[in-house]
Write a protein that binds this ligand. Sequence first.
Ligand code: OOG
Ligand code: NI
Length: 464
Amino acid sequence: MLTRSFVSSCSIRSAFSAAMSAMYRTEVPAYGTLMDIVARVNAATLAADPALKQRLEQTDSLERVSEERHGAIRLGTAAELAMMRRVFAVMGMFPVGYYDLSEAGVPVHSTAFRPVGDVALKRNPFRVFTSLLRLDLIADEELRAEAEAILKERQIFTAGAIELTERAEREGGLDDDDAKRFVAEVLETFRWHHQANVDLAMYKRLHDAHRLIADVVSFKGPHINHLTPRTLDIDEVQRLMPEYGIAPKAVVEGPPSRRCAILLRQTSFKALEEAVSFKDAGGNWQQGTHTARFGEIESRGIALTPKGRALYDKLLADSRKVVRPAADGSNAAAYEIALAEAFAPFPDSFAEIRNQGLGYFSYSLTPKGQSAIASADASVDQLVAEGLICFDPIVYEDFLPVSAAGIFQSNLGDEAAQEFTASPNQQRFERDLGAPVLNEFDHYADIEAQSIAECRALLTSAQA
Ligand code: OOG
Ligand code: NI
């Protein structure tokens, strides 16, 4: 009987994402400004496109269109990552994908904790891009040992968060009161700390090794470093940011603007320099600053199959052979042109994307199909050709390593660009996480296969 009173993991996730949004807007006022621009641009886009508005209404997503879709944190130790996995599981968020960012000069590897499955994603798609610092990539052994010792001392979770996570695991869920407490306790882990965990001299040493190391090691917890609402017109928000007094990063990451959106486009405003106090050995506070927190926007398109993804990766690499986006924005226009030209071979109609097996689709019966009977061995293509089933793109719910690196870099400053030898280590990451990460392609393929199976069941059961 107890289980009846459990709150669903989807509603805990929704409450958590709403609480994070409220906290972050208070902590980073520029983020509130970005949210206002997004709301304005989304409203204007919907007013100009009644068909889009109707589609969103039909899928129940109109009300939440401007809400946060993701955030990001950076963790310091394997133990933190493993506990974070358990905390996110209570909210129905599971590790999907492995991203190695060492290749892009950022000493972390990452996964995205996110809801899995169509129903949970529709309820609330909030994800957290979660990175683990790789001290093994730091050359200075003495500094590495010191950083490890500092990280070992900190506890990023409150006693309440740990206790409630254990309870949820033991009892299979949380009741309403516990769920509320859980959200409040877990929020503490993501809070900003004005006071550093280290003295100014140590901060500088960490910062000189890599700004990201300073960001992870110098603080009591893994402050949320950005949140990301969805925008219906990313180019327009990018264009408007300076008018509202916030500085956008140089270029929008990901594919160019197209009729049929693919994968993920994202951009951000540059991280702000914030005052931080550092306690010296004599117990006196010294003033300094730290630059880490920013705001981002995203716009998602169709999930690509491995074949489509390989084509995307190739075309992106081709464009970067022509122009590499400079951090100061000086070649942004040239980059946009090179990107658009490089992507010309990628078909820009969903029918062609489907024909070439580049994207994942969800199938459903057409009105004609609803009153029709089909043979069990008719192929999907036949059913489409006969007008019995139709297809809609499945939205990409994951991230892109080159884009993520671009987001990291634009917020770490130019001077932070460093070379590391590419050293993906998914096994090590999964050992630290305490579980394997899910494969993103399997997930989309499953949704597609399930939709086909449902269509077939309906089309053949009509025979009975
Ligand atoms: C994460 C950057 C990656 C994205 O949207 O690709 C990311 C970070 O800066 O910690 O959030
Ligand atoms: Ni992001």
